[in-house]
Design a protein around this ligand. Structure first.
Ligand code: ATP
Length: 367
């Protein structure tokens, strides 16, 4: 177990033509002993590069990485007491499962053969692969290979596990099963884990905390629910959640928000107004599940609007209802038992308690 710390870690790649790519930009993350931290973000945001720097597979341009207060910037990968699991599994094809799992211990420790054998067998039985020990990777399914890859890192009993999209080659059902299994395993072993994925669902369900990266810059580090309910900025708000949060450009006019053409107005209470300070150009965000379809006629009450239904996407337990609210496209997630017809006009309510407001110039969350 280990307390792992990244302090202003930066990676700049120099291209052949002399151009520079800042892949990771002053990222600081403090990972608690035994924590499961998920590093998430879109393709190219710097997740793998960050992980590779922690592993020692990539040099660090500036900043420090430390393990239990010991700076490891210049410690070779093999001496870092860190095990990495790759998407590609990276098993040796000519070795049996047993040999793949023993190899690291034989190479880097002077552990007696008998103890290595015991540890490999113990780990194999924990991973449910004890009957595969004499097979070669080519004779295993993808899911079995992934178990071997995980087993190979567990058997070394490292201070930190680094996992780079380890489940992405598995089919959806197996991936969901392995997610749960991996989480249980990690909590039993209590080994600090940094897990990279581009999949926000995986991040939401697996992480004790999530670190969200965009363009090499850390956007937020918090529990999954905090990232979902209190996003720091527009990027995090849009990245977390499926279907994504709805965004509407608005302007503050006294105690109300108005859309550009003035067609829609939304009144705010004093507490919300206080959060806005002097900012007038805003983005209003509302999650699809927070838009209510209300059965009311007559003139709309505060925070109620008429919208026409363009598409209804049934998902079983709920429907994704695509709406046109005076030229503004919105998605509402409405409980599945409710029947809503394409082409109909519905009354929707956007409760003030559910709205997020962002500064449109820099994306910062204000409320
Ligand atoms: P993905 O999810 O697609 O794997 P990622 O978030 O892991 O993406 P990285 O692989 O860390 O992203 O890459 C971050 C940025 O650094 C990208 O712009 C990438 O093109 C660049 N990059 C990565 N490795 C190198 C390299 N060896 N030389 C030059 N640029 C690189």
């Amino acid at each position: 177990m280990a307390h792992t710390k990244l302090d202003k870690v930066t990676k700049v790649f120099t291209e052949d033509d002399g151009g520079e790519i800042v892949a990771v930009d002053e990222v600081s993350i403090d990972i608690d002993d035994g924590e499961f931290l998920v590093l998430v973000g879109p393709s190219g945001c710097g997740k793998s590069t960050t992980l590779r720097m922690v592993a020692g597979l990539e040099s660090i341009t500036s900043g420090t990485i430390s393990l239990d207060d010991r700076t490891i910037n210049d410690v070779p990968a093999k001496d870092r007491d860190i095990a990495m699991v790759f998407q590609s599994y990276a098993l040796y094809p000519h070795m049996t499962v047993r040999e793949n799992m023993s190899f690291g211990l034989e190479e880097s420790t002077d552990m007696p053969d008998e103890e290595i054998r015991e540890r490999v067998e113990e780990t194999a039985s924990m991973m449910g692969i004890e009957n595969l020990l004499d097979r070669k990777p080519g004779e295993l399914s993808g899911g079995q290979q992934q178990r071997v890859a995980l087993g190979r890192s567990i058997v070394r009993d490292p201070s930190v596990f680094l996992m780079d999209e380890p489940l992405s080659n598995l089919d959806a059902k197996l991936r969901a099963e392995m997610r749960t299994e991996l989480q249980q395993l990690q909590s039993e072993l209590g080994t600090t884990t940094i897990y990279v994925t581009h999949d926000q669902t995986e991040a939401m369900t697996m992480g004790d905390r999530i670190a969200i990266l965009n363009d090499g810059v850390l956007q937020q580090i918090a529990t999954p629910l905090e990232c979902y309910h209190q996003p720091n900025n527009l990027f995090v708000a849009g990245f977390m959640g499926e279907p994504a949060m709805n965004f509407i450009d608005v302007r503050r006019d006294g105690e109300r928000l108005v859309t550009g053409d003035g067609a829609l107005e939304y009144s705010l209470d004093e507490a919300t107004l206080a959060d806005l300070g002097e900012v007038t150009d805003l983005v209003l965000g509302v999650r699809p599940e927070d838009i209510e379809v209300v059965a009311r006629s007559g003139s709309p009450a505060d925070h109620e609007f008429e919208a026409s239904v363009t598409v209804v996407e049934p998902k079983g337990n709920e429907n994704n209802v695509y709406l046109d609210m005076n030229g503004i496209d919105l998605i509402a997630a409405v409980p599945g038992l409710r029947s809503i017809e394409t082409g109909s006009t519905v009354r929707i309510r956007i409760p003030e308690a559910a709205i997020h407001l962002f500064d449109r110039t820099n994306g910062t969350a204000l409320h």
